[in-house]
Design a protein around this ligand. Sequence first.
Ligand code: TRP
Length: 454
Amino acid sequence: MKNRDTFSSQIGIVAASAGSAIGLGNIWRFPYMAGKNGGSAFIIIYLVAIILMGYPLVYTEFAMGRRAKTNAVDTFGIIGGKKTWNSVGFLAVLTVFLISTFYMMITGWVIYYFYHSLTGGLYHISPSTDSVTYFKSVFTHMSSSMGIPLIFSMIAIYITALINSIGIKEGVEKYSKIMMPVLLVLFIILIGYSTTLPGFSQSMTFLFKPDFSVVTPAVIIGAIGQAFFSLSLGMGALITYGSYISKTENIRKIAKQVTFADTAIALFSGLLIFPAVFTYNLEPTAGPSLIFISLPQVFLKMPGGRWFSVLFFLLVIVAAITSLVSMLEILITYTIEKTNWTRKTSTWVIVFLTTIGGAINIAGEGPLSFVQIGGRTIFDWLDYLTNNITIPLVAVLTAILAGWVWKNVHLNKELEIGGTPSTMLDHQFNSILKWLIPPTIIILMIALILGIEA
Ligand code: TRP
């Protein structure tokens, strides 16, 4: 086997993995999912899911990756001792491919909004025009066309590919170490401003005072799915990064830091977005268009809002690009190891394929939006299928593989390399993989398939 690249430092691994985890899932998806599903009740379930299911799967994926030292597909076969396990890895890689096709579309939308905030064009609105109608039409005009979103999403994927084509240490790691501090600084500036808005305390209530009457199986699986999506679990992302982690690193420690960073950013994103939403009397339940239709109305009304808008969309771009980098890396590592092509060739082949997928999503929102199955566009279907079905499925099978087939002794052995001896608590977390994750998710998935709706 060729010499594999490795991450050079713990801080680099944490930056790249937190970069993977922190993305549109935190800033765009988490606030609207919470908004739509009753706010704090959803958040509590989400937090429980992060601690009891997310964290153990994060270190398990890292450990599997480092142990097998190969792409996400073959890792499953190596850990499971049978080639048939590769099919689970294949499902993970297929899932990440599907996600990357709509992720690039949304990142393209964000770049479009950034660009038009910067030029000021987004806020050129005559005083007599109703701002709701105006921003709805801006969004519809953009998302229903073909050329503009395609160009902007291609910009997103090309920036990403330039980073990936360099390699792990000099590309992914180096750029993550630059982008994550930028992200943090932008975030702190924006949060600081948000806390001064009158709607701040109302959002605290909305986000942190639970109402359990709205909880259904669909809300629970939505929260678990969100936890997995946000931590980039069930898609081979952390397995792939794990395969580039050296034996001197403490995986449990890295897993804790990544889980914490991702969760903190999701919660703070709520505190970034909702004060503005409440201050200007908008609906917190707006859905995917929350940051594209509701927030610009807020930016329009607040003093200095245009610059807030520039910083906000820049923040989202940085977050989304580091996630796209990790998605492409899964596909690139797999391609390199299956074909023996160079990293450069593999990168551009993957870019070509994702761009086709991206174009299909874009067409599905635009010129072909009449092609709907069961009232859902192509993007809606992909989002639904991946988050509710394939991601939980891969996560369950990963837990079963690690807990029942690979077994705790071997998992622990890998975790102790570069780390510290396992404590009682560590052992208890491992048993979650065996006893808690599989039954919980299987029951919820059955409930969902039987159509117990929200
Ligand atoms: N975790 C990312 C976010 O929160 C999204 C994501 C989903 C992802 N699947 C992934 C990132 C796979 C990298 C790899 O936005």
